[in-house]
Design a protein around this ligand. Structure first.
Ligand code: ZN
Ligand code: ZN
Length: 139
């Protein structure tokens, strides 16, 4: 009887761990609005502040603050030299309105954002993966 209870407790623990893990890997998404564009950042365990910095970087080309590990100075940590970067990938979708005077007037850009999760490393990269003109919003 005791054995069954132990098995029950263990399975409850395992299930709660699994659901926590599922929660932790939830895909977060934030959208930011600028004068002529809107930028959506998506990724796992992404907080709003980090998303805002990445969006500003795409919108204005401003280098994100150092505390995010996304600084202008590309400091590569010793760990990364030995074992390679520990890369987190986010995706970003940018819609720029009224780029063209004729339809389709707006442009949709897709970026892949790579960033190293190691604290001492500043590796950060923005890559335009594809881009096309859209007519949904402004014709
Ligand atoms: Zn790194
Ligand atoms: Zn538009």
């Amino acid at each position: 009887m005791k054995k069954i209870i132990v098995i029950l407790i263990i399975s409850v623990l395992v299930i709660s761990c699994v659901s926590m893990f599922c929660y932790a890997t939830y895909n977060d998404s934030y959208t930011f609005y600028y004068d002529d564009r809107e930028i959506t950042i998506e990724g796992n365990s992404l907080d709003q502040y980090k998303a805002q910095c990445i969006a500003d970087y795409i919108a204005y080309g401003i280098i994100p603050p150092e505390e995010l590990g996304l600084g202008e100075e590309m400091n590569t940590s010793f760990l990364c030299i030995l074992f390679g970067h520990s890369i987190d990938t986010y995706s970003a979708v940018e819609v720029i309105h009224n780029v063209y005077t004729t339809s389709p007037k707006c442009v949709k850009n897709f970026y892949s954002i790579e960033y190293c999760t190691r604290e001492s490393c500043d590796y950060f990269q923005k890559t335009l993966t594809h881009s096309y003109r859209i007519s949904e919003c402004h014709g």
